[in-house]
Design a protein around this ligand. Structure first.
Ligand SMILES: NC(=O)c1ccc[n+]([C@@H]2O[C@H](COP(=O)([O-])OP(=O)(O)OC[C@H]3O[C@@H](n4cnc5c(N)ncnc54)[C@H](O)[C@@H]3O)[C@@H](O)[C@H]2O)c1
Length: 383
């Protein structure tokens, strides 16, 4: 195999962006598209000169593809991924991996059972300042973590939420800011600070006319006694995130679009509290210089890496099984808020599934005046 033959499932905003970017990836070739919307998929098939299918199962069984990229609304990611892997295809799924941890468990066990390459589009992992932050955490330059903070600001209009029937509904989307906009930032936050042991959260609908949350926040406690704070909303400008991770040996501060600061401590923070003999003694703090590279980043790098993993066994930048971590966190914040209690991780799968089916049952049918399939302009620009 010289090129990976790819089928894109879900020919909406993000799916079309994938079709476009595949043209620029030498290891990939777009060979088919699928979407439940007949007019939409026929147009995309014609535009990209590939066969179109209204049933994703037919695409998967067509013999035209070696791998699929899933860019449908979230709820379909697990069933399509599992069907594709069980039928011999490699899978790259858009984020979030799934809406619930129990579904993510099934995807991961299918990937293990079939041995297929399984990856998730966490394209932010490819950005230079984020790669540097991950290296700092991996190389234990922070030491034992004592405190974490993540503030994740987005802005969405009512018109964005009105653009498709699935958006911002429990039945169609399975959550709001947490499940749609925040998985990238939560992924990074968890890579740097680790998974909390308990979460006490709230998920509120503050301004928008939607049934899911446009604001979420949580208090976090970690196994080692560290504490953390999380906040996200689609009601704020400027957009971007702020992350702080305080460790025994240093402090990491990240701000979008690409600011990273790492302060290293001359002595271990808590040890010095007791070994220092002068009243106003402090540990020396040095801001380390971090060189950022100008290498390609974004979706295209993830798709290329996925193809290179299939062709040459290249290690995945964002393995599919790592997609479950953000869902564990997201489900816990929603569950804690709805039940008004602190929850322990890993979350009880059955309990969350029960809550989700109650929320789905409460979901109201949405009337969409003008359906719009258009991805965030930043994805069009960077790809
Ligand atoms: N990685 C990122 O930064 C990023 C950015 C935007 C969107 N996304 C993700 O991409 C996915 C799609 O989002 P979008 O903005 O393109 O939505 P969209 O509404 O523009 O497109 C979704 C498409 O999927 C089709 N569809 C629905 N059910 C289907 C099924 N069973 N089989 C085949 N097609 C089906 C719809 O008809 C629609 O054309 C979401 O999971 C979203 O979170 C990721």
């Amino acid at each position: 195999m010289e090129k990976v033959r790819i089928g894109v499932i879900g020919a909406g905003g993000m799916g079309i962006a994938h079709c476009n970017m595949i043209k620029d990836i030498s290891e990939a070739q777009l060979t088919a598209v699928s979407d439940v919307n007949k007019d939409a998929v026929e147009k995309v098939g014609k535009d990209f000169e590939v066969k179109s299918f209204t049933d994703y199962k037919e695409l998967i069984k067509s013999g035209l593809v070696d791998a699929v990229i899933i860019a449908t609304p979230h709820y379909f990611h697990p069933e399509i991924a599992i069907f594709a892997m069980e039928n011999g295809l490699h899978v790259l799924t858009e984020k979030p991996i799934s809406v619930s941890v129990s579904q993510a468990d099934k995807m991961i066990s299918t990937a293990k059972k079939t041995g297929k390459i399984f990856s998730i589009v966490y394209q932010r992992r490819t950005e230079s300042f984020i790669k540097s932050a991950i290296d700092i955490a991996k190389n234990d330059k922070l030491g034992q973590i004592h405190r974490t903070l993540c503030i994740d600001c987005w802005y969405r209009t009512q018109s964005y939420y009105n653009s498709a029937g699935w958006r911002a509904t429990w039945k169609g989307e399975g959550g709001g800011i947490l499940i749609n906009q925040s998985p990238h930032t939560i992924d990074l936050f968890l890579l740097l600070g680790g998974m909390p042991k308990t979460i006490e959260g709230k998920a509120n609908t503050k301004f928008h006319n939607i049934e899911v949350e446009d604001e979420a926040y949580a208090l976090l406690e970690y196994e080692n006694g560290a504490t953390g704070y999380y906040y996200a909303s689609t009601n704020e400008l400027p957009e971007g995130f702020h992350i702080e991770i305080l460790g025994e040996k240093g402090k990491l501060v990240l701000n979008t679009p690409n600011e990273i600061k790492f302060y290293s401590f001359s002595k271990d923070l808590t040890e010095f509290m007791f070994s220092a003999d002068k009243m106003w003694d402090k540990v020396d703090v040095k801001e380390e210089k971090i060189e950022l590279t100008d290498l390609p980043s974004g979706h295209k790098v993830i798709v290329q890496n996925f193809c290179r993993a299939i062709l040459f066994n290249e290690p995945l930048i964002s393995p599919g099984e790592e997609g479950i971590k953000a869902i564990e966190f997201i489900n816990a914040v929603i569950y804690s808020g709805k039940k008004n209690k602190k929850v322990e991780l890993p979350l009880n799968r059955k309990a969350y599934d029960k809550l989700l089916s109650q929320l789905q049952a409460s979901s109201k049918q949405k009337t969409v005046v003008k359906e719009t399939r258009e991805t965030d302009p930043q994805h069009k620009k960077t790809n």
